[in-house]
Design a protein around this ligand. Sequence first.
Ligand code: EPZ
Length: 437
Amino acid sequence: MSQITVRGGKPLKGRVDLKGAKNLVTKAMVAAILGDTPSELRDVPHISDVEVVSNLLKLHGVAIDFADDGTMKLDPTNVKSARMVDIDAHAGSSRIPILFCGPLLHQLGEAFIPDLGGCHIGDRPIDFHLDVLRHFGAVIEKQPNGIRMSAPNGLKGAKVSLPYPSVGATEQVLLTSVRAEGLTELSGAAIEPEIMDLIAILQKMGAIISVDTDRVIRIEGVKSLTGFSHRALFDRNEAASWAAAALATHGDIFVGGARQQEMMAFLNVFRKVGGALDIEEDGIRFYHPGGELNPVVIETDVHPGFMTDWQQPLVVALSQAKGLSIIHETVYENRFGFTEALVEMGAQIQIYRECLGGTPCRFGQRNYYHSAVISGPTKLQGADIRVPDLRGGFSHMVAALAAEGTSNVSNVQLISRGYEHFLQKLEDLGADFTYSE
Ligand code: EPZ
């Protein structure tokens, strides 16, 4: 297990450059299975989630060549089935195997998924995915360590309505419907920019997809698809993380590759809190302009709302704002566990079961601590922290960098699931830390 010792209290200043979005790249890699010819994906970050998906693809016979500059070539011409135990061994805690199902059912007529993990930020069930696959005609069989799927009569287009605009379930429909026979109509779809980029990739492959108003996506199935050549959309979650780090540490960070359009909800909040930003052609500069920060009321939501993955590092900055901030988390029922360590460091944060700050959500009147009240400004002190999950972990890192004194942050390798070369980036930004295995 890796650990870093951070000597905090130094503003982060300098430039970081983004690569493609983790939450697009991993799905685009799976989409390559649907093609009859090789694909090329550019701007692929060197993060461990990409490594996990590469290993899973290789296990299924996909040949992968991944260059240092982030160009990945994927050749699916020899795709084959893999055993559940091997998939399980390679999947680690990733939830990605569920998205292999549609493409593998098309190519091979069967697919296996082990019991799935992912960051521990709630139950994270896969019921929407299984329902979707059943609608297309997949036969689902529960086995001792997972699920076997088959499509004895092929997959057929379907009318699907999601009970919640789930990102993963929308991707499931897209990856399954593009080669299913006939028409598919998906209502209640998620429309995150990463999904739009996946649709662009599928269209390059030969798919016919239209995005209508009111979260409706229509797909006309085609018999075969070719490979694609595509530069991945930038990682707006990483961009927001560095922006929050700049604010929390009184710093000044230029995030190369960040774009305004996909981050509007974040930029509004950043500005309301008192952060300054300059939007340039090739990125966005985020900085603390001096003076006091302001409290805000935020509700996390699906796109075009304020993303759930943006709240964790921002909470650290809000602990430095003067007054009470409220965050109502409406996407995951249990995503405030990370605040415990921040409280130990001196932040004043209370979490509540009630829906605070606005619209009642589906977690209200249930036993979920999904609202947080942050009272600031409070001085943060260094502490010993263990990284709990990807975004919570980044938030802890930011707190350690903003705090007075020394912090020992363990389990930091978890952060490399989603942040490429993050220790190098911290060094480039002038952070004072030492790393030990
Ligand atoms: C994606 O997760 C992202 N992960 C998450 O990023 C992100 O937080 C999330 O979308 C929301 O934007 C990847 O893209 C790899 P969902 P996903 O299905 O697709 C419930 C990060 O840190 N649900 O939109 O798994 C679910 O429990 C990560 O980068 C069901 O009930 O999210 C949640 O409450 C973490 N049944 C809500 O829907 C299902 O079958 C939204 O989840 C599926 C989901």
